[in-house]
Write a new protein. Structure first.
Lengths: 147, 396
Protein backbone atom coordinates (compact mmCIF):
# COMPACT_ATOMS: atom_id res chain seq x y z
CA UNK A 1 0.00 0.00 0.00
CA UNK A 2 2.98 2.34 0.56
CA UNK A 3 5.61 3.42 -1.97
CA UNK A 4 9.21 2.25 -1.56
CA UNK A 5 10.21 5.73 -0.44
CA UNK A 6 7.55 5.77 2.27
CA UNK A 7 8.67 2.36 3.48
CA UNK A 8 12.29 3.51 3.45
CA UNK A 9 11.51 6.59 5.53
CA UNK A 10 9.38 4.52 7.87
CA UNK A 11 12.03 1.85 8.35
CA UNK A 12 14.96 4.26 8.51
CA UNK A 13 13.47 7.52 9.65
CA UNK A 14 15.87 10.48 9.31
CA UNK A 15 16.39 12.92 12.14
CA UNK A 16 14.43 11.23 14.89
CA UNK A 17 14.96 12.76 18.29
CA UNK A 18 14.89 15.96 20.29
CA UNK A 19 16.91 19.17 20.20
CA UNK A 20 17.76 20.65 23.57
CA UNK A 21 17.05 24.37 23.80
CA UNK A 22 15.56 24.30 20.31
CA UNK A 23 14.83 27.60 18.58
CA UNK A 24 11.30 26.40 17.94
CA UNK A 25 9.18 23.38 18.85
CA UNK A 26 5.77 22.56 17.42
CA UNK A 27 3.40 19.73 18.28
CA UNK A 28 0.31 19.07 16.16
CA UNK A 29 -2.40 16.46 15.82
CA UNK A 30 -4.09 14.64 18.64
CA UNK A 31 -3.91 11.23 20.23
CA UNK A 32 -7.63 10.74 19.76
CA UNK A 33 -7.18 10.44 16.03
CA UNK A 34 -3.97 8.52 16.34
CA UNK A 35 -1.44 11.04 15.01
CA UNK A 36 0.83 13.40 16.90
CA UNK A 37 3.90 15.04 15.40
CA UNK A 38 6.47 17.11 17.23
CA UNK A 39 9.05 19.07 15.26
CA UNK A 40 12.20 20.66 16.73
CA UNK A 41 14.09 23.38 14.83
CA UNK A 42 17.53 24.78 15.50
CA UNK A 43 17.77 28.10 13.61
CA UNK A 44 20.95 30.17 13.43
CA UNK A 45 21.25 33.95 13.60
CA UNK A 46 20.87 34.23 9.81
CA UNK A 47 17.53 32.49 9.95
CA UNK A 48 18.86 29.24 8.48
CA UNK A 49 17.65 25.90 9.80
CA UNK A 50 20.82 24.22 11.09
CA UNK A 51 19.12 21.17 12.51
CA UNK A 52 15.70 19.64 12.57
CA UNK A 53 14.42 16.66 14.54
CA UNK A 54 11.07 15.01 15.05
CA UNK A 55 9.09 12.61 17.18
CA UNK A 56 5.88 11.06 15.93
CA UNK A 57 3.11 8.91 17.35
CA UNK A 58 1.24 7.54 14.38
CA UNK A 59 1.00 5.22 11.43
CA UNK A 60 3.66 4.40 8.85
CA UNK A 61 2.73 7.39 6.72
CA UNK A 62 2.86 9.74 9.70
CA UNK A 63 6.41 8.65 10.49
CA UNK A 64 7.52 8.82 6.86
CA UNK A 65 6.05 12.28 6.23
CA UNK A 66 7.68 13.65 9.40
CA UNK A 67 11.01 12.17 8.37
CA UNK A 68 10.76 13.58 4.85
CA UNK A 69 9.67 16.99 6.14
CA UNK A 70 12.80 17.25 8.30
CA UNK A 71 14.95 16.45 5.25
CA UNK A 72 13.17 19.05 3.15
CA UNK A 73 13.61 21.92 5.61
CA UNK A 74 17.15 21.13 6.68
CA UNK A 75 19.59 23.88 5.61
CA UNK A 76 16.78 26.10 4.35
CA UNK A 77 15.95 29.62 5.47
CA UNK A 78 12.80 30.21 7.44
CA UNK A 79 11.14 31.67 4.34
CA UNK A 80 12.16 28.69 2.22
CA UNK A 81 10.96 26.26 4.88
CA UNK A 82 7.58 27.94 4.77
CA UNK A 83 7.31 26.89 1.14
CA UNK A 84 7.57 23.19 2.05
CA UNK A 85 3.96 22.20 1.52
CA UNK A 86 2.23 18.90 2.15
CA UNK A 87 2.23 18.45 -1.62
CA UNK A 88 6.01 18.76 -1.69
CA UNK A 89 6.30 16.18 1.10
CA UNK A 90 3.99 13.80 -0.73
CA UNK A 91 5.82 14.21 -4.03
CA UNK A 92 9.15 13.60 -2.37
CA UNK A 93 7.73 10.35 -1.02
CA UNK A 94 6.38 9.26 -4.42
CA UNK A 95 2.82 9.70 -3.21
CA UNK A 96 0.61 8.50 -0.37
CA UNK A 97 -2.61 6.46 -0.33
CA UNK A 98 -5.64 8.81 -0.31
CA UNK A 99 -6.57 7.96 3.29
CA UNK A 100 -3.09 9.05 4.38
CA UNK A 101 -2.99 12.48 2.76
CA UNK A 102 -3.86 14.02 6.13
CA UNK A 103 -0.48 12.81 7.43
CA UNK A 104 1.31 15.06 4.95
CA UNK A 105 -0.89 17.98 6.02
CA UNK A 106 0.11 17.24 9.58
CA UNK A 107 3.80 17.34 8.61
CA UNK A 108 3.38 20.74 6.98
CA UNK A 109 1.47 21.90 10.04
CA UNK A 110 4.22 20.63 12.35
CA UNK A 111 6.85 22.73 10.54
CA UNK A 112 4.60 25.77 10.72
CA UNK A 113 3.96 25.19 14.41
CA UNK A 114 7.69 25.00 15.12
CA UNK A 115 8.31 28.16 13.07
CA UNK A 116 5.48 29.92 14.90
CA UNK A 117 7.06 28.97 18.22
CA UNK A 118 10.42 30.31 16.97
CA UNK A 119 8.80 33.60 15.92
CA UNK A 120 7.01 33.93 19.27
CA UNK A 121 10.20 33.31 21.20
CA UNK A 122 12.08 35.91 19.17
CA UNK A 123 9.31 38.47 19.08
CA UNK A 124 9.27 38.48 15.34
CA UNK A 125 6.75 38.11 12.60
CA UNK A 126 7.33 35.67 9.78
CA UNK A 127 5.77 36.90 6.58
CA UNK A 128 3.08 34.50 5.37
CA UNK A 129 2.97 32.37 8.50
CA UNK A 130 -0.38 31.99 10.17
CA UNK A 131 -0.90 30.58 13.64
CA UNK A 132 -1.25 26.87 13.01
CA UNK A 133 -4.39 25.04 13.98
CA UNK A 134 -3.20 22.48 16.47
CA UNK A 135 -5.70 19.87 15.45
CA UNK A 136 -6.16 19.53 11.72
CA UNK A 137 -8.02 16.27 12.00
CA UNK A 138 -11.15 18.06 13.18
CA UNK A 139 -11.98 19.16 9.67
CA UNK A 140 -10.44 16.14 8.05
CA UNK A 141 -13.19 13.62 8.56
CA UNK A 142 -14.92 12.98 5.26
CA UNK A 143 -18.44 11.63 5.34
CA UNK A 144 -18.61 8.14 3.94
CA UNK A 145 -21.08 7.62 1.18
CA UNK A 146 -24.09 5.60 2.30
CA UNK A 147 -25.53 2.86 0.19
CA UNK B 1 13.65 -12.30 6.30
CA UNK B 2 12.72 -15.90 5.71
CA UNK B 3 10.84 -16.57 8.91
CA UNK B 4 7.04 -16.47 8.71
CA UNK B 5 4.78 -16.55 11.75
CA UNK B 6 1.06 -16.30 11.09
CA UNK B 7 -0.81 -15.05 14.14
CA UNK B 8 -3.96 -13.73 12.50
CA UNK B 9 -6.14 -16.81 12.70
CA UNK B 10 -9.15 -14.76 13.76
CA UNK B 11 -8.98 -13.07 10.35
CA UNK B 12 -8.79 -16.33 8.49
CA UNK B 13 -7.22 -19.75 8.79
CA UNK B 14 -5.28 -22.01 6.50
CA UNK B 15 -7.47 -24.46 4.62
CA UNK B 16 -6.36 -27.88 5.82
CA UNK B 17 -4.87 -30.16 3.17
CA UNK B 18 -7.40 -32.86 4.14
CA UNK B 19 -10.16 -30.34 3.52
CA UNK B 20 -8.81 -29.44 0.08
CA UNK B 21 -8.48 -33.12 -0.70
CA UNK B 22 -12.11 -33.74 0.27
CA UNK B 23 -13.21 -30.83 -1.96
CA UNK B 24 -11.24 -31.62 -5.10
CA UNK B 25 -13.43 -34.41 -6.55
CA UNK B 26 -16.40 -32.04 -6.42
CA UNK B 27 -14.79 -29.76 -9.01
CA UNK B 28 -13.78 -32.13 -11.76
CA UNK B 29 -15.51 -35.46 -11.10
CA UNK B 30 -18.63 -35.07 -9.00
CA UNK B 31 -19.55 -31.72 -10.48
CA UNK B 32 -23.28 -32.39 -11.00
CA UNK B 33 -25.93 -29.97 -9.83
CA UNK B 34 -27.45 -31.46 -6.67
CA UNK B 35 -30.92 -30.46 -7.86
CA UNK B 36 -30.69 -32.54 -11.05
CA UNK B 37 -32.66 -35.75 -11.37
CA UNK B 38 -30.08 -38.09 -12.92
CA UNK B 39 -28.02 -40.51 -10.91
CA UNK B 40 -24.74 -38.63 -11.56
CA UNK B 41 -25.96 -35.62 -9.54
CA UNK B 42 -26.66 -37.87 -6.60
CA UNK B 43 -22.96 -37.81 -5.74
CA UNK B 44 -23.00 -34.06 -5.25
CA UNK B 45 -26.23 -34.28 -3.34
CA UNK B 46 -24.84 -36.88 -0.98
CA UNK B 47 -21.71 -34.76 -0.46
CA UNK B 48 -23.95 -31.90 0.68
CA UNK B 49 -26.01 -34.21 2.90
CA UNK B 50 -22.94 -35.60 4.65
CA UNK B 51 -21.54 -32.10 5.22
CA UNK B 52 -24.83 -30.92 6.69
CA UNK B 53 -24.70 -33.79 9.18
CA UNK B 54 -21.04 -33.15 10.04
CA UNK B 55 -21.77 -29.47 10.65
CA UNK B 56 -24.92 -30.04 12.70
CA UNK B 57 -23.21 -32.62 14.92
CA UNK B 58 -20.68 -30.06 16.21
CA UNK B 59 -23.43 -28.02 17.90
CA UNK B 60 -25.91 -30.77 18.72
CA UNK B 61 -28.31 -29.57 16.03
CA UNK B 62 -30.53 -31.40 13.57
CA UNK B 63 -29.02 -31.54 10.10
CA UNK B 64 -32.30 -30.23 8.68
CA UNK B 65 -31.83 -26.99 10.66
CA UNK B 66 -28.55 -26.08 8.89
CA UNK B 67 -28.86 -23.65 5.95
CA UNK B 68 -25.81 -22.96 3.84
CA UNK B 69 -24.90 -19.36 3.02
CA UNK B 70 -22.00 -17.60 1.33
CA UNK B 71 -20.44 -16.86 4.72
CA UNK B 72 -20.90 -15.39 8.17
CA UNK B 73 -21.97 -11.93 7.01
CA UNK B 74 -24.81 -13.34 4.92
CA UNK B 75 -25.93 -15.50 7.83
CA UNK B 76 -25.95 -12.48 10.17
CA UNK B 77 -27.81 -10.32 7.67
CA UNK B 78 -30.34 -13.05 7.08
CA UNK B 79 -30.99 -13.71 10.75
CA UNK B 80 -31.61 -10.06 11.60
CA UNK B 81 -33.41 -8.83 8.51
CA UNK B 82 -35.63 -11.87 8.09
CA UNK B 83 -36.56 -11.89 11.79
CA UNK B 84 -37.45 -8.22 11.53
CA UNK B 85 -39.49 -8.89 8.42
CA UNK B 86 -41.47 -11.86 9.76
CA UNK B 87 -41.90 -10.80 13.37
CA UNK B 88 -42.10 -7.07 12.72
CA UNK B 89 -45.87 -7.02 13.27
CA UNK B 90 -45.31 -8.51 16.72
CA UNK B 91 -42.78 -5.89 17.76
CA UNK B 92 -40.15 -3.49 16.51
CA UNK B 93 -37.48 -3.87 19.17
CA UNK B 94 -34.18 -5.73 18.87
CA UNK B 95 -31.46 -6.13 21.50
CA UNK B 96 -27.82 -6.61 20.59
CA UNK B 97 -24.47 -5.47 21.99
CA UNK B 98 -22.04 -2.63 21.43
CA UNK B 99 -19.23 -5.01 20.50
CA UNK B 100 -20.79 -7.03 17.69
CA UNK B 101 -19.09 -7.56 14.36
CA UNK B 102 -20.05 -5.01 11.72
CA UNK B 103 -22.12 -7.66 9.96
CA UNK B 104 -24.51 -7.32 12.91
CA UNK B 105 -23.98 -3.65 13.77
CA UNK B 106 -24.46 -2.32 10.27
CA UNK B 107 -27.46 -4.57 9.73
CA UNK B 108 -28.97 -3.30 12.99
CA UNK B 109 -28.25 0.23 11.82
CA UNK B 110 -30.07 -0.53 8.56
CA UNK B 111 -33.06 -1.85 10.50
CA UNK B 112 -33.09 1.27 12.66
CA UNK B 113 -33.41 3.32 9.49
CA UNK B 114 -36.36 1.14 8.56
CA UNK B 115 -38.55 1.60 11.60
CA UNK B 116 -36.96 -0.72 14.16
CA UNK B 117 -35.54 0.21 17.52
CA UNK B 118 -32.27 -1.33 18.61
CA UNK B 119 -30.78 -1.46 22.09
CA UNK B 120 -27.00 -1.88 22.15
CA UNK B 121 -26.04 -3.46 25.47
CA UNK B 122 -22.84 -2.05 26.96
CA UNK B 123 -20.08 -4.37 28.15
CA UNK B 124 -17.91 -4.34 31.24
CA UNK B 125 -14.16 -3.68 31.18
CA UNK B 126 -13.58 -7.29 30.17
CA UNK B 127 -15.93 -7.07 27.22
CA UNK B 128 -18.77 -9.08 28.73
CA UNK B 129 -22.40 -8.00 28.93
CA UNK B 130 -24.22 -7.82 32.26
CA UNK B 131 -27.26 -10.09 32.43
CA UNK B 132 -29.06 -7.45 34.48
CA UNK B 133 -28.71 -5.00 31.58
CA UNK B 134 -30.19 -7.58 29.24
CA UNK B 135 -33.17 -8.22 31.54
CA UNK B 136 -33.72 -4.50 31.90
CA UNK B 137 -33.62 -3.92 28.15
CA UNK B 138 -36.35 -6.45 27.38
CA UNK B 139 -39.68 -4.88 26.41
CA UNK B 140 -43.04 -6.32 25.43
CA UNK B 141 -42.21 -5.55 21.80
CA UNK B 142 -38.74 -7.14 21.81
CA UNK B 143 -38.60 -9.73 19.04
CA UNK B 144 -34.92 -10.66 18.94
CA UNK B 145 -31.83 -10.85 21.11
CA UNK B 146 -28.62 -11.15 19.09
CA UNK B 147 -25.41 -11.53 21.13
CA UNK B 148 -22.15 -12.74 19.65
CA UNK B 149 -20.76 -15.95 21.13
CA UNK B 150 -17.16 -14.71 21.26
CA UNK B 151 -15.69 -11.40 20.24
CA UNK B 152 -13.46 -11.31 17.17
CA UNK B 153 -11.08 -8.67 18.56
CA UNK B 154 -10.66 -9.29 22.26
CA UNK B 155 -11.89 -12.90 22.36
CA UNK B 156 -14.31 -12.43 25.27
CA UNK B 157 -16.86 -15.24 25.46
CA UNK B 158 -20.37 -14.20 26.49
CA UNK B 159 -22.54 -16.09 29.00
CA UNK B 160 -24.52 -17.62 26.14
CA UNK B 161 -26.33 -20.26 28.18
CA UNK B 162 -27.62 -17.64 30.62
CA UNK B 163 -28.63 -15.33 27.78
CA UNK B 164 -30.44 -18.21 26.09
CA UNK B 165 -32.32 -18.96 29.31
CA UNK B 166 -33.40 -15.33 29.64
CA UNK B 167 -34.54 -15.22 26.01
CA UNK B 168 -36.53 -18.41 26.47
CA UNK B 169 -38.13 -17.19 29.69
CA UNK B 170 -39.43 -14.12 27.87
CA UNK B 171 -40.34 -15.97 24.68
CA UNK B 172 -37.89 -13.94 22.58
CA UNK B 173 -35.84 -15.37 19.70
CA UNK B 174 -32.12 -15.67 20.39
CA UNK B 175 -29.51 -15.41 17.65
CA UNK B 176 -25.78 -15.68 18.19
CA UNK B 177 -23.00 -14.76 15.80
CA UNK B 178 -20.69 -17.68 16.49
CA UNK B 179 -18.28 -17.02 13.63
CA UNK B 180 -15.29 -16.95 16.00
CA UNK B 181 -16.57 -19.65 18.35
CA UNK B 182 -18.00 -22.43 16.19
CA UNK B 183 -15.70 -25.48 16.25
CA UNK B 184 -13.35 -23.62 18.61
CA UNK B 185 -15.31 -23.89 21.88
CA UNK B 186 -18.11 -26.30 22.87
CA UNK B 187 -21.57 -25.18 21.74
CA UNK B 188 -24.89 -26.95 22.17
CA UNK B 189 -27.89 -25.21 20.65
CA UNK B 190 -30.41 -27.05 22.84
CA UNK B 191 -28.63 -26.62 26.16
CA UNK B 192 -27.97 -22.97 25.35
CA UNK B 193 -31.44 -22.26 23.92
CA UNK B 194 -29.98 -20.87 20.72
CA UNK B 195 -32.63 -20.30 18.02
CA UNK B 196 -30.26 -19.10 15.30
CA UNK B 197 -26.50 -19.30 14.93
CA UNK B 198 -24.15 -17.92 12.28
CA UNK B 199 -20.80 -19.45 11.36
CA UNK B 200 -18.21 -19.24 8.61
CA UNK B 201 -16.09 -22.01 7.09
CA UNK B 202 -12.76 -20.23 6.76
CA UNK B 203 -12.53 -19.48 10.49
CA UNK B 204 -11.99 -23.17 11.29
CA UNK B 205 -9.66 -24.33 8.54
CA UNK B 206 -12.40 -24.65 5.94
CA UNK B 207 -12.65 -22.78 2.65
CA UNK B 208 -13.66 -19.12 2.21
CA UNK B 209 -17.00 -18.08 0.74
CA UNK B 210 -19.08 -20.62 2.62
CA UNK B 211 -20.93 -20.42 5.91
CA UNK B 212 -24.25 -21.36 7.40
CA UNK B 213 -27.14 -20.19 9.50
CA UNK B 214 -28.61 -22.64 11.97
CA UNK B 215 -32.35 -22.00 12.21
CA UNK B 216 -34.20 -23.95 14.87
CA UNK B 217 -37.31 -25.70 13.59
CA UNK B 218 -40.28 -23.48 14.29
CA UNK B 219 -38.45 -20.19 13.75
CA UNK B 220 -40.37 -18.73 10.87
CA UNK B 221 -37.86 -16.54 9.10
CA UNK B 222 -38.16 -16.57 5.33
CA UNK B 223 -35.81 -16.62 2.40
CA UNK B 224 -33.28 -13.84 2.08
CA UNK B 225 -31.96 -14.77 -1.35
CA UNK B 226 -34.89 -15.45 -3.65
CA UNK B 227 -34.81 -17.82 -6.59
CA UNK B 228 -34.69 -21.59 -6.85
CA UNK B 229 -35.92 -24.12 -4.30
CA UNK B 230 -32.54 -24.98 -2.78
CA UNK B 231 -32.10 -25.31 0.99
CA UNK B 232 -35.74 -26.23 1.44
CA UNK B 233 -36.78 -23.05 -0.39
CA UNK B 234 -35.07 -20.88 2.17
CA UNK B 235 -31.85 -19.99 0.36
CA UNK B 236 -31.85 -19.91 -3.41
CA UNK B 237 -28.80 -20.49 -5.59
CA UNK B 238 -27.01 -23.61 -6.73
CA UNK B 239 -25.17 -25.04 -3.77
CA UNK B 240 -21.46 -24.30 -3.44
CA UNK B 241 -20.87 -28.03 -3.32
CA UNK B 242 -17.05 -28.07 -2.97
CA UNK B 243 -17.29 -25.32 -0.34
CA UNK B 244 -20.00 -27.15 1.58
CA UNK B 245 -18.09 -30.44 1.46
CA UNK B 246 -14.91 -28.66 2.59
CA UNK B 247 -16.66 -26.90 5.46
CA UNK B 248 -18.19 -30.23 6.53
CA UNK B 249 -14.80 -31.92 6.57
CA UNK B 250 -13.26 -28.98 8.44
CA UNK B 251 -16.05 -29.11 11.04
CA UNK B 252 -15.54 -32.81 11.54
CA UNK B 253 -11.77 -32.44 11.96
CA UNK B 254 -12.10 -29.43 14.26
CA UNK B 255 -14.66 -31.13 16.47
CA UNK B 256 -12.50 -34.24 16.79
CA UNK B 257 -9.47 -32.24 17.94
CA UNK B 258 -11.28 -29.51 19.88
CA UNK B 259 -10.42 -30.59 23.39
CA UNK B 260 -6.68 -30.96 22.84
CA UNK B 261 -6.58 -27.83 20.69
CA UNK B 262 -8.21 -25.79 23.45
CA UNK B 263 -5.66 -27.05 25.94
CA UNK B 264 -2.67 -26.53 23.63
CA UNK B 265 -3.68 -23.07 22.43
CA UNK B 266 -4.67 -21.87 25.89
CA UNK B 267 -1.30 -22.85 27.34
CA UNK B 268 0.65 -21.28 24.50
CA UNK B 269 -1.50 -18.13 24.57
CA UNK B 270 -1.02 -17.77 28.32
CA UNK B 271 2.73 -18.13 27.81
CA UNK B 272 2.62 -15.36 25.19
CA UNK B 273 0.62 -13.09 27.50
CA UNK B 274 2.96 -13.73 30.44
CA UNK B 275 6.04 -13.04 28.35
CA UNK B 276 4.66 -9.83 26.90
CA UNK B 277 3.39 -8.55 30.25
CA UNK B 278 6.68 -9.31 31.98
CA UNK B 279 8.95 -7.91 29.34
CA UNK B 280 7.09 -4.89 27.98
CA UNK B 281 6.09 -2.16 30.45
CA UNK B 282 3.00 0.05 30.02
CA UNK B 283 1.05 -2.79 28.44
CA UNK B 284 -2.43 -4.06 29.14
CA UNK B 285 -4.30 -7.19 28.14
CA UNK B 286 -7.70 -6.53 26.61
CA UNK B 287 -10.60 -8.92 27.13
CA UNK B 288 -11.45 -11.32 29.92
CA UNK B 289 -8.49 -13.30 31.23
CA UNK B 290 -10.29 -16.65 31.33
CA UNK B 291 -13.67 -16.28 29.60
CA UNK B 292 -12.02 -15.89 26.24
CA UNK B 293 -11.22 -17.78 23.06
CA UNK B 294 -8.27 -20.13 23.63
CA UNK B 295 -6.22 -18.71 20.76
CA UNK B 296 -6.82 -14.99 21.29
CA UNK B 297 -4.40 -12.49 22.82
CA UNK B 298 -5.05 -8.75 22.61
CA UNK B 299 -2.70 -6.10 23.98
CA UNK B 300 -2.54 -2.33 24.17
CA UNK B 301 0.92 -0.81 24.20
CA UNK B 302 0.81 2.69 25.59
CA UNK B 303 2.41 5.57 23.64
CA UNK B 304 2.54 3.80 20.27
CA UNK B 305 0.25 3.36 17.31
CA UNK B 306 -0.97 0.05 15.92
CA UNK B 307 -0.32 0.41 12.21
CA UNK B 308 3.34 1.23 12.71
CA UNK B 309 3.57 -1.79 14.95
CA UNK B 310 1.95 -4.05 12.33
CA UNK B 311 4.28 -2.86 9.56
CA UNK B 312 7.32 -3.50 11.72
CA UNK B 313 6.05 -6.94 12.71
CA UNK B 314 5.40 -7.64 9.04
CA UNK B 315 9.01 -6.76 8.28
CA UNK B 316 9.98 -9.50 10.72
CA UNK B 317 7.62 -11.91 8.97
CA UNK B 318 4.94 -11.75 11.66
CA UNK B 319 1.26 -11.35 10.77
CA UNK B 320 -1.02 -9.75 13.38
CA UNK B 321 -3.82 -7.20 13.43
CA UNK B 322 -4.74 -4.01 15.24
CA UNK B 323 -7.79 -2.01 16.26
CA UNK B 324 -6.07 1.25 15.40
CA UNK B 325 -7.91 3.80 13.27
CA UNK B 326 -5.29 3.59 10.55
CA UNK B 327 -6.09 -0.04 9.98
CA UNK B 328 -9.82 0.56 9.83
CA UNK B 329 -9.83 3.36 7.30
CA UNK B 330 -11.55 5.75 9.68
CA UNK B 331 -10.29 8.14 12.32
CA UNK B 332 -11.79 6.18 15.19
CA UNK B 333 -10.15 3.16 16.70
CA UNK B 334 -12.06 -0.09 17.15
CA UNK B 335 -15.57 0.20 18.60
CA UNK B 336 -14.84 -2.86 20.72
CA UNK B 337 -11.84 -1.30 22.44
CA UNK B 338 -13.77 1.91 23.04
CA UNK B 339 -16.70 -0.12 24.43
CA UNK B 340 -14.49 -1.71 27.09
CA UNK B 341 -13.56 1.79 28.17
CA UNK B 342 -10.12 2.30 26.64
CA UNK B 343 -9.18 5.92 25.90
CA UNK B 344 -8.64 6.61 22.19
CA UNK B 345 -4.86 6.85 22.36
CA UNK B 346 -4.58 3.48 24.09
CA UNK B 347 -7.03 1.86 21.70
CA UNK B 348 -4.84 3.08 18.82
CA UNK B 349 -1.93 1.08 20.19
CA UNK B 350 -3.61 -2.30 20.20
CA UNK B 351 -2.37 -5.58 18.80
CA UNK B 352 -4.34 -8.78 18.29
CA UNK B 353 -2.43 -12.03 17.94
CA UNK B 354 -4.48 -15.17 17.27
CA UNK B 355 -2.78 -18.55 17.40
CA UNK B 356 -3.50 -21.85 15.71
CA UNK B 357 -2.70 -25.45 16.54
CA UNK B 358 0.32 -25.08 14.27
CA UNK B 359 1.83 -22.25 16.32
CA UNK B 360 4.87 -23.36 18.32
CA UNK B 361 6.55 -22.10 21.46
CA UNK B 362 9.50 -21.22 19.27
CA UNK B 363 7.20 -19.01 17.19
CA UNK B 364 6.00 -17.26 20.33
CA UNK B 365 9.57 -16.67 21.54
CA UNK B 366 10.47 -15.20 18.15
CA UNK B 367 7.42 -12.92 18.24
CA UNK B 368 8.12 -11.74 21.79
CA UNK B 369 11.79 -10.98 20.99
CA UNK B 370 10.73 -8.86 18.04
CA UNK B 371 7.86 -7.24 19.86
CA UNK B 372 10.09 -6.09 22.70
CA UNK B 373 12.45 -4.40 20.22
CA UNK B 374 9.72 -2.89 18.06
CA UNK B 375 7.73 -1.42 20.94
CA UNK B 376 10.91 0.06 22.37
CA UNK B 377 11.85 1.55 19.04
CA UNK B 378 8.42 3.08 18.42
CA UNK B 379 8.35 4.49 21.94
CA UNK B 380 11.74 6.10 21.40
CA UNK B 381 10.11 7.95 18.48
CA UNK B 382 6.90 8.83 20.31
CA UNK B 383 6.22 12.35 21.58
CA UNK B 384 3.71 10.84 24.02
CA UNK B 385 6.42 8.71 25.59
CA UNK B 386 8.76 11.69 25.70
CA UNK B 387 6.12 13.70 27.58
CA UNK B 388 5.50 10.82 29.94
CA UNK B 389 9.20 10.38 30.74
CA UNK B 390 9.64 14.13 31.29
CA UNK B 391 6.66 14.30 33.61
CA UNK B 392 7.86 11.26 35.53
CA UNK B 393 11.33 12.73 36.04
CA UNK B 394 9.85 16.09 37.12
CA UNK B 395 7.92 14.27 39.84
CA UNK B 396 11.14 12.81 41.16
Amino acid sequence: MYSEKVMDHFQNPRNVGEIENASGVGTVGNAKCGDIMRMYLDIDENGVIRDCKFKTFGCGAAVATSSMATELVMGKTVQEALQVTNKAVMEALDGLPPVKVHCSLLAEEAIHAALWDYAQKHNMKIEGLKKPVSDISEHEEAEDEEY
Amino acid sequence: MSRFVYLDNAATTKTKPEVVEAMLPYFTEKFGNPSAIYDFAGQSKSGVTTAREQIAAVIGAKASDIYFTAGGSEADNWALKATAEFYGNKGKHIITTAIEHHAILHTADYLEKNGFEVTYLPVDENGIIRLGDLEAAIRPDTILISVMFANNEIGSVQPIKEIGAIAKKHGILFHTDAVQAYAHVPINVDEMNIDMLSASGHKFNGPKGIGFLYIRKGVKIRSFIHGGAQERKRRAGTENVPGIVGMGKAAELAAASMEERIQYETELRDYLVDQVMTRIPFTRVNGHRTHRLPNNANFSFQFIEGESLLIMLDMAGICGSSGSACTSGSLDPSHVLLAIGLPHEIAHGSLRLTLSEETTKDDIDYVVENLVKIVERLRSMSPLYEDYVKKASEKK
